[in-house]
Design a protein around this ligand. Structure first.
Ligand code: CP
Length: 308
């Protein structure tokens, strides 16, 4: 059983806990594939989606995860809520918690916001992405995709190309994959590479070819124009030419290497359209696995709260 009320990040999640989430997600994936939404597992439970930033995949898959398990999902709609009148995150959390809800999935532009919320509510808080810190459910769905394809999370090499500095996905993947002894190599313009990333366990490559050398999976990351103050690279077309993932570069990865991307993707910038849509692409498989992972988390966090 998961021994925590909340899922805030993978930095503080053990390999055993990650395995348990993935084992449960494998079971949940069967429900998703069956398309049956008649489970009673979380009947009467309520999930609040509290997204201070835009989302397609994460918010929708939390809603679907709740629906598959018989729970209700309410999207709080931050843009039309009293947050716009100056209500603090703590007060929003206390207010929702007083309505006896069970889960809050939160995305916030500030690193640490989910942890702050979790300290103030009895509901289970799940981090759907906080600033440049972590996006644990994205990394878990990446791990489920890798494990279902390669049969293991150990001894893999994952190459990550893209905007690593602003990426919470890169950090959660790095924290998690290193716990299983997998190698994470990274390549991007120096201005987009965080200073401390090697201390966190990443191998910083000097070229795309070096990053890809022997990789089992190549993960493209979106250039996050909205988080940049400007001037971190000359132009999108130059980024694509010198740092983007091209079909011809696949030969440096292992035969059978797969392409991953958390989405949304800037087509033709971090990945070519032919890689996004090609046979090596597992991008839509990641999306389906995202529903299963969020179902698993709702189930396991609920079990923990029931056990207390
Ligand atoms: N991968 C991801 O977080 O996508 P969304 O921003 O669409 O939720």
């Amino acid at each position: 059983m998961l021994r925590k009320k909340d899922l805030i990040g993978l930095k503080d999640t053990s390999p055993e806990e990650i395995e348990e989430i993935l084992d449960t997600a494998d079971e949940m994936r069967k429900i998703v594939d069956s398309k049956r939404k008649d489970s009673e597992l979380l009947r009467g439970k309520t999930l609040i989606s509290l997204f201070y930033e835009n989302s397609t995949r994460t918010r929708t898959s939390f809603a679907l995860a709740a629906e598959y398990l018989g729970a209700n999902e309410i999207n709080m709609g931050v843009a039309t809520s009293s947050v716009q009148k100056g209500e603090t995150l703590k007060d929003t959390g206390l207010t929702l918690n007083a309505m006896n809800i069970d889960f809050i999935a939160i995305r916030h532009q500030m690193a640490g916001a989910p942890a702050l919320l979790a300290k103030n509510v009895s509901a289970s808080v799940i981090n759907g992405g906080d600033g440049m810190n972590e996006h644990p459910t994205q990394a878990l769905l990446d791990f489920l995709t890798l494990r279902r394809h390669f049969g293991t999370l150990s001894g893999l090499k994952v190459a990550i190309l893209g905007d690593i500095k602003h990426s919470r996905v890169a950090k959660s993947n790095l924290y998690g994959l290193r716990k299983f002894g997998s190698e994470v190599s990274m390549y991007c313009p120096g201005t987009l590479m965080p200073m401390e990333i090697e201390k966190m366990g990443a191998k910083v490559a000097k070229s795309r070819e070096e990053a890809l050398d022997g990789a089992d999976a190549v993960m493209g990351l979106r250039i996050q124009l909205e988080r940049q103050s400007g001037g971190l690279f000359p132009s999108l077309s130059e980024y694509s030419s010198f740092y983007g993932m091209k079909d011809v570069l696949l030969k440096y990865a292992k035969p059978g290497a797969i392409i991953l991307h958390p989405g949304p993707v800037n087509r033709g910038v971090e990945l070519t359209p032919s890689l996004i849509d090609g046979d090596e692409s597992f991008i839509l498989e990641q999306v389906t696995n995202g529903v299963a992972v969020r179902m698993a988390l709702l189930k396991l966090l609920d079990e923990f709260r029931q056990s207390r």
